[in-house]
Design a protein around this ligand. Structure first.
Ligand code: ADP
Ligand code: MG
Length: 439
């Protein structure tokens, strides 16, 4: 290895690096697209796909690795996260055309994640007609949010944009937002450039705004030129819920509605009218959303293709002490096999252990429509709320909950009470909370 590279590697112990076509992991291991077995994540979905393609046809795989998409994306750029980081999926498309020119790899990843064969799948474009959704249970749900991913035809995806393209997207969207006429959608666009720090923090606290905290997105180029061309549109009249559009995050557009409580129908109605308004505005600018008849709406991460929709609730599940315990239960036959995703409540890349409020959402986005996907999420949430931990587990959870509460300086006085009475009251409160949540 070149000595300079070696020195750089030692100095930057946590970062993965690339030099031309050579890639180095944080511990200075050289990795290459031609050898998926040597990647940091040799079992992520893209590594599995590449290994299969290589063994099916070594020359075909070599040829695929030389492909350049419409906006210059390559297999190597697409797979950089699987090569250098711990990943489950490990791949990003740099533009819509990648799904054609690198189809052998993407279609395998799509099959593995969505269990959908794109040779037979038929995706449907949104018609923006009224739909009726099943109701969510009330009480335990703090908030409900529905978002979708959209990208326009004329530009590459954000992981593969020049600064000029980022600014072009932003200026196009400003025109789209200015054209809203629905009083529940109208609002203002807040660019990240020049955003007062107090506003940024406020919007993050409210769960409105995205941040550049995901090492995977950073490595693949999603945060290049940050914060140029990024921003958030927020509606002004929030009687029907909060309507938001993120510009320039993982997808060019993330369109969403959210509200406190569990009225998923109201959130959907606002969300859907907003997606329609954005779509109309984009068309008025002479552009359109990228849509593929077999793969649905295309997005940079293949897990988001299809409807692009993630309908989530932030729900209190006191019977589960950690996110992992919820994930384990989701794989338990008693759960009922609902295809849901469990996240923390501060975004997918952030840890919120010990809080017992979780983000539950639909995991499927391709091969079914939004109504089916939301129904799955609703049934999954109901099943989680019905979970009754065995008595000894409840005891262990009460103990963990006590530790979490007592570790908070705000509750130090519980500890200071040497008689133990206050702690006993707290324990009883946590126990009864655990018990009532199961009815
Ligand atoms: P995605 O990228 O799928 O939109 P993330 O997991 O990255 O979702 O989260 C993005 C932001 O949306 C985070 O701030 C998260 O807290 C917020 N969020 C997601 N679901 C809800 C919900 N049901 N209620 C309130 N905020 C939510
Ligand atoms: Mg995200």
């Amino acid at each position: 290895m070149n000595k300079n590279i070696f020195r750089t590697c030692v100095a930057a112990s946590s970062a993965a690096m690339s030099f031309g076509s050579l890639h180095y992991t944080a511990n200075c291991k050289a990795v290459s697209i031609s050898d998926p077995d040597g990647w940091v994540s040799p079992n992520c979905l893209v590594a599995q796909a590449c290994r299969e393609l290589k063994s099916e046809s070594p020359s075909g795989y070599r040829k695929l690795c030389k492909v350049k998409s419409e906006f210059g994306w390559t297999m190597e750029k697409a797979s950089v996260c699987g090569m250098q980081l711990k990943q489950h999926v490990g791949v990003y498309a740099g533009d819509a055309e990648c799904f054609q020119s690198m189809a052998p790899m993407f279609d395998k990843v799509i099959m593995k994640y969505h269990n959908v064969d794109v040779n037979v799948n038929k995706a449907a474009e949104e018609k923006y007609e009224k739909v009726t959704l099943p109701a969510l249970p009330e009480g335990a749900i703090a908030s409900t949010r529905i978002r979708t991913a959209r990208n326009v035809k004329s530009l590459p995806f954000t992981v593969n944009m020049t600064k000029k393209e980022r600014l072009k997207l932003e200026s196009m969207m400003k025109k789209v937002f200015a054209g809203f006429d629905n009083k529940y959608l109208k609002g203002s666009y807040h660019p990240m450039v020049g955003m007062p720090e107090a506003d940024r923090v406020k919007y993050i606290d409210l769960h409105y705004l995205y941040i550049n905290d995901d090492p995977t997105l950073e490595l693949v180029g999603c945060y290049d030129d940050w914060p140029s061309g990024r921003g958030i549109f927020i509606n002004e009249n929030q009687e029907k819920g909060v309507f938001i559009v993120w510009v320039g995050e993982e997808d060019q557009l993330r369109i969403m509605a959210m509200a406190k409580g569990s009225d998923v129908q109201a959130v959907w109605d606002l969300f859907y009218s907003g997606v329609e308004a954005v779509h109309k505005g984009v068309k008025k600018q002479g552009d359109d959303f990228v849509f593929d008849e077999a793969r649905g709406y295309l997005s940079s991460c293949p897990t988001n293709i299809g409807t692009g929709m993630r309908a989530s609730v932030h729900v209190d599940l006191p019977g589960f002490p950690t996110k992992q315990s919820v994930k384990d239960y989701v794989n338990d036959p008693a759960f009922g096999g609902h295809y849901v995703d469990i996240r923390g409540t501060r975004g997918e890349a952030t840890s919120t252990e010990g809080v017992r409020r979780y983000d539950v959402s639909n995991k499927a986005r391709l091969g079914s429509d939004c109504v089916e996907q939301i129904t799955t999420m609703v049934n999954g949430v109901k099943s989680l709320l019905e979970y009754k931990p065995p008595a000894d587990e409840l005891e262990a959870h009460v103990k963990t909950a006590l530790e979490v509460v007592l570790a908070n300086p705000k509750f130090a006085f519980f500890k200071a009470d040497k008689s133990g009475k206050k702690e006993e009251i707290l324990k009883k409160a946590i126990e009864s909370l655990g018990a009532t949540s199961h009815h």
